[in-house]
Ligand binder design. Structure first.
Ligand code: GDP
Length: 425
């Protein structure tokens, strides 16, 4: 059986927490896309962790944590993260890295930074982790798979030469930056080889065997549906698919086995980076929500930069759940909203004088104005509540209104950052 935990918004929905909980009862926890460009925050008995590459299930020592073929693997960042978690006293289980995963190279990070510099004010707000250049190279077929590290030296050296020829043309003519030295790149690959060797595996073969034996597989998505390369707010998207369906491709699994898709939905909106954000709050209203949001404020795990925040956007979330193929919804950070007298939910977009509930393509999204519905606040702290019925009536009304608009059953309500702050409905 395969379960996917994925984001229905722009990321930072609290997927890490939901994955951490479900991981306690899973055999494999699999990252199938993305790289070290986003983070998950986990708070459990070992402390508070900001994970970037490791799956959030790494805290279950009985389970195997997997970086599948769809992930962009930065070997040095991975080993740093493994050491950080180990040094906090976490007993680690098995960690596997797919032999088909792509490697993030130092020049990917450089090119990411140079491109942001070149774009100046028009930049994407990239985390400069090299993810877009890495995935671009993957599809241009000039990337390195983990398995290439173990290829014959002369074969690998020829591929390195070719990459350097291409990259150096860009570095020289477009960016006016120092050129790559093929020998240094080859040595970098050899360092990665040494780091990754203990973890490399034919991941899809193992996962298929696991499925036959009735093992439970948990797919953990990074970012959210609105950052999906195809279906998100292109071009302000991430460079790999964030959708549950891609879990099959990104981990080499049978699509029909993904039977449970939990879309994690944030009780208000937050986003990092540039791009249209219809319900964004500015000024004091925005600052207050940002300050109170998440666990200690809405600031990026990877970059520390302030996240943009806004009212709950039912148009975007309904679309996000639809793209994910959600079978259920987990609503998170509901506790944060207890300070508000009233809350707004965006139930439609007005575009060129017409109201729609269908999430539009980017050029139209830029013109969209929110159509709001106002609901009364609950003005209490809901942390510590264990049963859905015990939530204040106005809080339940808010959640049920979200459920109605989104059209998918809300099965979980998260009312605090810790593992036990979850209400099953
Ligand atoms: P992810 O990338 O989807 O895993 O989300 P992040 O980890 O970036 O952001 C979620 C933030 O909200 C983290 O700081 C979590 O500890 C925190 N969080 C998750 N669920 C809740 C919740 O129900 N209430 C509060 N207050 N914080 C939460």
């Amino acid at each position: 059986m395969i379960t996917a935990v994925v984001g229905a918004n722009w990321g930072d929905e609290g997927k890490g927490k939901i994955t951490d909980i479900l991981a306690q009862d899973s055999d494999y926890i699999v990252r199938f896309q993305g790289g070290s460009n986003a983070g998950h925050t986990i708070k459990n008995e070992y402390g508070k962790f900001g994970l970037h590459l490791l799956p959030s299930g790494v805290f279950n020592r009985e389970a195997t944590s997997v970086l599948a073929n769809g992930v962009a693997v930065n070997a040095k960042k991975l080993i740093e993260e493994i050491r950080d978690v180990e040094s906090a006293g976490v007993p680690l289980g098995r960690i596997l890295v797919s032999d088909r995963a792509q490697l993030v190279m130092s020049y990917h990070m450089l090119l990411d930074a140079y491109e942001e510099e070149r774009l100046g004010g028009r930049s994407f707000g990239s985390t400069k982790a090299g993810i877009a250049p890495c995935f671009s190279d993957k599809y241009a077929k000039i990337g390195f798979q983990v398995a290439d590290l173990f290829a014959d030296e002369d074969v690998l050296r020829k591929r390195v030469e070719n990459v350097c020829t291409i990259k150096n043309a860009l570095l020289k003519e477009l960016y006016h930056k120092p050129l790559l030295d093929p020998e240094a790149i080859y040595q970098e690959l050899m360092e990665d080889k040494e780091i990754l060797a203990p973890y490399v595996a034919n991941v899809s073969a193992e996962l298929h065997r696991g499925l036959k034996e009735g093992k439970k597989i948990l797919l953990e998505g990074q970012l959210g549906a609105l950052k999906d390369t195809d279906h998100g707010i292109y071009p302000m998207v991430t460079s790999s698919s964030t959708l549950a369906g891609f879990g099959a491709t990104g981990a080499g699994l049978p699509p029909h086995e993904i039977s449970r898709i939990i879309a994690v939905v944030k009780a208000y909106s937050s986003a990092v980076g540039a791009g249209a954000f219809v319900t964004e709050l500015f000024g004091e209203e925005g600052d207050e929500l940002r300050r109170r949001g998440g666990d200690g404020g809405e600031f990026g795990v990877t970059t520390g930069r302030p996240r943009r925040v806004g009212w709950f956007d039912a148009v975007a979330t309904r679309y996000g759940c639809m793209m994910q193929g959600a079978t259920e919804v987990a609503v998170t950070v509901v506790d944060v909203l207890g300070y508000l007298d009233e809350l707004k939910i965006c139930v439609g977009y007005e575009i060129d004088g017409k109201i729609t509930k269908d999430f539009p393509v980017t050029p139209l999204l830029e013109k969209a104005k929110p159509v709001y519905e106002t609901l009364p606040g609950w003005k209490t702290d809901i942390r510590g509540i264990k049963k859905y019925e015990d939530l204040p009536e106005n809080c339940r009304r808010y959640i049920e209104r979200i459920e109605q608009e989104v059209g998918v059953r809300v099965s979980m309500v998260s009312n605090g950052p810790a593992r036990d702050e979850l209400i099953l409905r």
